[in-house]
Design a binder for this molecule. Structure first.
Ligand code: NDP
Length: 336
C-alpha cells in the first residue's frame, strides 16, 4: 500500500509518518522546503519514503503533480495552518486550509484513480459552537457542526478564524465527495487539543506547535507561581492516538464515509501540573508546588461521546499522566 501524507513536517504528521514506517507502508510526504525535506529523510534513512516539495498549498494546482505518483492507494491530508501568527486571515489561514483541501481532492479525482480512501485532519473546532461550550448539558458527537460561516472568519477574531478555517475545509471535503462521487471515500478526524511528545525536528523550543505551548511554559517555570488558567476547550487527546486514528481510518474498511471525534476526555492545567510534579522531582525548581493556585476546571467543560472512534478505530486512549510524562521527556531532550 502506498500512502501520500501532506504536511509531513508537522507535529501530528510526524507521528503518523512514524507509524506508517513501522507498519511498512510505502510513503510519499509533502513539505514546504528542502530544509524540512532533508530533515525528514535523515530521520528515516531506511524507510520506503520519498519527500516532495509543495511550496504553497493555497494554490489551486498545488497537489496536481504529487498525486500523479504511480500506485497511490491512500491520501492523508494533514497540512493546514494551526498558529495565530498571521495578519491576513483570508490569504494566510482560510485559503491554505480550504483551497488546500479542495485542491487535493480535485487532483486525486483527476489524476489518481487508484486512491480508494482520503483521510482529512479536521478538528473538534469544526464541531463546537460558542453557545454549546457554555451549556453544561451539551454532549458533543460527530453529529455536531460549528455553525460559523466563512464570513465569520474575517472579523479579526483569530480563534474564531481558525475554527472557521477547519469547519469550512471539512464541509468542503464532504460536499466534494457528495457532489463529485469520486473514486475514493472520505474519513475526517476531529481531535480537540492534541498533546504529547514531539518527534519532528524543532529548531528551538520556541518553535513548538501551538497545542503543546503550555508544556513548554510549564517546564520553563512559567507556572511556578500561578498555573495558567484552563480556558478554552478543556478536552484533549494524545498525539499517538491521533496518529493511530489516521492509520486505522484507512486500514479499517468500516471507517469509510465517517467523521471521528477523537478525544481521550477532559483535562485541566492543574492536572497537568500535578502529573509533572509527581514524575519529575528533578524539575522542582521550575514546577508549581501543590499549594500554587490556578489551572482548575472552568465552570463548564464540554461533554463528549467518543464511542465511535473507540469502537470503529479501536483506540485505547492514552491517559493524561502518560502523555504529560512522555511530552516533558521529549522537551527535555530538545533542551528545555
Ligand atoms: P503543526 O503546525 O505542527 O503542523 C501543521 C502542518 O501544516 C505543518 O506541516 C505545516 O508546514 C503545514 N502548513 C501549515 N500552513 C501551511 C501552508 N500555508 N502551506 C503549506 N503547509 C502548511 O500543527 P499540528 O501538527 O498540530 O496540525 C496538523 C493538523 O492537525 C492541522 O490540520 C490542524 O488544524 C489539525 N489539528 C491540530 C490540533 C492540535 O491541537 N494540534 C487539534 C485539531 C486539529 P510547516 O512545517 O512548513 O509549517
Amino acid at each position: 500500500t502506498k500512502v501520500l501524507l501532506t504536511g509531513g513536517s508537522g507535529f501530528i504528521a510526524a507521528h503518523i509518518l512514524e507509524l506508517l514506517v513501522q507498519r511498512g507502508y510505502e510513503i510519499v510526504t509533502t513539505v514546504r522546503s528542502e530544509d524540512k525535506a532533508s530533515q525528514i529523510r535523515e530521520a528515516h534513512p531506511h524507510a520506503k519514503l520519498s519527500v516532495v516539495i509543495v511550496p504553497d498549498i493555497a494554490q489551486p494546482d498545488a497537489f496536481d503533480e504529487v498525486v500523479k505518483t504511480p500506485g497511490l492507494d491512500v491520501v492523508l491530508h494533514t497540512a493546514s495552518p494551526f498558529h495565530f501568527n498571521w495578519s491576513d486571515a483570508k490569504t494566510e489561514l482560510l485559503e491554505p486550509a480550504i483551497t488546500g483541501t479542495t485542491s487535493i481532492l480535485k487532483a486525486i479525482k483527476k489524476s489518481a484513480p487508484g486512491v480508494k480512501r482520503v483521510v482529512v485532519t479536521s478538528s473538534f473546532v469544526s464541531m463546537l459552537s460558542v453557545e454549546g461550550l457554555q451549556d453544561p448539558n451539551k454532549v458533543y458527537s460527530e453529529s455536531d457542526w460549528n455553525p460559523n460561516t466563512y464570513e465569520d472568519g474575517l472579523t479579526g477574531n483569530k480563534v474564531a478564524a481558525y475554527r472557521v478555517s477547519k469547519t469550512v475545509a471539512e464541509q468542503s471535503a464532504w460536499k466534494f465527495v457528495a457532489e463529485e462521487k469520486p473514486n475514493f471515500d472520505l474519513v475526517t478526524i476531529c481531535p480537540p487539543l492534541v498533546f504529547g511528545p514531539t518527534v519532528h525536528h524543532l529548531s528551538s523550543l520556541s518553535a513548538i506547535n501551538t497545542s503543546n505551548e503550555r508544556f513548554v511554559d510549564l517546564v520553563q517555570g512559567k507556572w511556578k507561581n500561578e498555573i495558567l488558567p484552563s480556558i478554552g476547550v478543556n478536552l484533549w487527546v494524545d498525539v499517538r492516538d491521533v496518529a493511530l486514528a489516521h492509520v486505522a481510518a484507512f486500514e479499517k474498511p468500516d471507517a469509510g464515509g465517517k467523521r471521528f471525534f477523537c478525544t481521550a476526555g477532559k483535562f485541566c492545567n492543574r492536572e497537568i501540573a500535578a502529573a509533572a510534579r509527581k514524575n519529575f522531582p528533578e524539575l522542582k525548581d521550575k514546577l508549581p508546588s501543590e499549594e500554587v493556585m490556578g489551572g482548575d476546571y472552568p465552570a463548564v467543560v464540554p461533554g463528549y461521546d467518543n464511542s465511535r472512534a473507540t469502537g470503529v478505530l479501536g483506540i485505547d486512549w492514552i491517559d493524561l499522566e502518560k502523555s504529560t510524562v512522555d511530552n516533558i521527556k521529549s522537551l527535555l531532550a530538545i533542551g528545555a
